[in-house]
Design a protein around this ligand. Structure first.
Ligand code: ADP
Length: 500
């Protein structure tokens, strides 16, 4: 269920559906009371103008004094029927002189709106409980009405906040009040008809929109479903049907996915190559040990010198095996705990000097001269142990792959931001085609020669990894039979990965 709510299909469905339904429902909710109020207002205006005519007739005929005038009574009854309501006329003391319902005649009408009408106010009162609207109108005396009609200065209208108008100068000349009650049940009926119509439209539209939204959501989500299917196919079988993404976004994701897959393939290939290289490298010394041991076993009564010689070879193979395992462990540790560098501010001058001191015996044994040239004191943020190991590998290579009476020249320099360490040798050099590969694990230019001098093919991979962990760079340039230069550039201040 949660999956459905989070699906693209569901979201498209909801957006399409709600975008149509919300405005329709909102219009319905706003329109119905608006319609009702407008209809009531229109009717009130009609009643008021009708009342005006009626008060003229009442005034001109002196109906309040003589409420038996037939044609007015007939008119009042007709009007009452037309409004499905009641018409009441009072005199200036609010005594009812005419009630079309005939129930309140001769009684006094003590109702706020009637009292207010006596003060010259027209009133409109809506009684929602009984579904009626009541209009009260003052009836002016004939004399005053003539004045009112002939001289507009005598009668001044002003409108109160409730919409009623007050004829202030005529208050003393009001001879009665006309009260018209109009049933608004028919208006309510019309309003509820509109309400029902809106509800029906909403229901029909709702059903229609469910269908439309389902169609639209399917239409828009199908390409993405196909796209997901294709990725699934690719993952399961490694190949997929021809597929042209409909949306640019899908095409972009597909491109990214293909690139990711290529990268994953490369990683997988290099992992497989690495595992097979490791197995091969580890098997080689073991195979030699086995051959040596078998040979000794096959000689009955072999001389002790022969045993000694074979055992020396076996020890050398074991040392080699140990060396490979140690290098592999260093690499694995770097991969795993790469982030856990023990960074300190270290004097690279001291670090390089100490490292060269340790390598001097090896250099002397090979007849190689070791030279350090420091241009200035350089203090750099490094993990001393790891960085020493990297530099040691570089200088050791310079010694190992050198010639008789050759040299290894180490230069140390810096600027404001970086330390520069150059390891230059006068050795055999590296062929151009091998240069791009020398940092790969187990890569050796001349396998037999490298093996002879104890190389595992892991040294430069370790160097590169350590330098990269420090945020540094290493470059190599080499001329065959002339020598090789490794240039290392290290940031003086260490910045952990992910920090700026
Ligand atoms: P190894 O343990 O075999 O020395 P490395 O990873 O340190 O492995 O080096 C990879 C290969 O690069 C070496 O086998 C060697 O052929 C070549 N190489 C490295 N350093 C030098 C150098 N200074 N001069 C010539 N060849 C080198």
């Amino acid at each position: 269920m949660k999956r459905l709510f989070k699906s693209l299909k569901f979201h498209i469905f909801m957006v399409t559906f709600l975008c149509t339904m919300i405005p329709v429902i909102a219009i319905g909710v706003i329109a119905t009371p608006l319609f009702k109020n407008r209809t009531i207002a229109r009717n009130v205006t009609m009643i008021q103008s009708q009342a005006q005519l009626l008060t003229n007739q009442i005034r001109s005929t002196g109906y309040i004094e003589d409420p038996t005038i037939d044609f007015i009574n007939a008119e009042l009854v007709a009007l009452g029927n037309a409004y499905s309501g009641r018409i009441v006329i009072t005199d200036s003391n609010l005594k009812v002189v005419k009630d079309t319902y005939g129930v309140d005649e001769s009684k006094t009408m003590l109702w706020d709106n009637a009292i207010s009408a006596l003060k010259g106010n027209q009133g409109v009162y809506t009684d929602d409980e009984n579904d009626v609207v009541i209009v009260t109108v003052p009836i002016y005396s004939l004399k005053d009405a003539t004045q009112t009609d002939s001289n507009s200065q005598v009668v001044t209208d002003s409108t109160t906040t409730d919409g009623s108008s007050i004829q202030k100068d005529s208050i003393s000349n009001i001879e009665g009040v006309l009260v018209i009650t109009r049933s608004i049940a028919d208006i309510e009926q019309e309003a509820s008809f509109v309400e029902n119509l809106v509800t029906e439209i909403c229901v029909v539209l709702g059903i229609l929109m469910i269908a439309v939204s389902l169609f639209v959501s399917r239409k828009f989500s199908t390409p993405t479903d196909k796209f997901a299917k294709r990725i699934h196919e690719l993952r399961e079988t490694g190949s997929a049907h021809e597929y042209n993404p409909v949306y640019t976004e899908n095409a972009d994701v597909l491109d990214e996915f293909d690139r990711f897959r290529e990268k994953a393939d490369t990683v997988e290939e290099s992992r497989e190559a690495f595992v097979s290289n490791v197995s091969h490298e580890l098997k080689t010394p073991l195979a030699s040990i086995k051959v040596l041991a078998d040979s000794l076993n096959s000689f009955d009564g072999a001389p002790i010198e022969m045993y000694k010689e074979f055992m020396t070879d076996i020890t050398a193979e074991i040392d080699r095996e140990t060396q490979i395992i140690n290098d592999l462990l260093s690499l694995v540790r770097l991969d795993r705990t790469g982030a856990a560098l023990n960074i300190e501010s270290v004097s690279l001058n001291d670090l390089v000097e100490n490292m060269l001191k340790r390598l001097r015996p090896l250099a002397e044994k090979q007849g190689v001269e070791l030279v350090l040239e420091s241009f200035r004191p350089v203090v750099c943020d490094v993990d001393e142990v790891k960085f020493s190991l990297a530099l040691m590998n570089l200088v050791e290579n310079g010694i190992k792959y050198n010639k008789e009476n050759g040299y290894v020249h180490v230069t140390l320099n810096s600027d404001k931001s970086f330390a520069y360490i150059k390891v230059e040798d006068s050795g055999m050099g590296i062929p151009d085609e091998s240069i791009p590969h020398i940092f790969e694990r187990f890569y050796r230019v001349d396998k037999s020669h490298s093996r002879e001098i104890g190389g595992t093919g892991l040294g430069l991979a370790i160097v590169q990894e350590i330098i990269a962990l420090h945020g540094g760079e290493i470059k190599v340039s080499s001329v065959l039979d002339r020598g090789t230069i490794f240039d290392v550039r290290m940031p003086l201040s260490f910045v952990a990965k992910g920090e700026n």
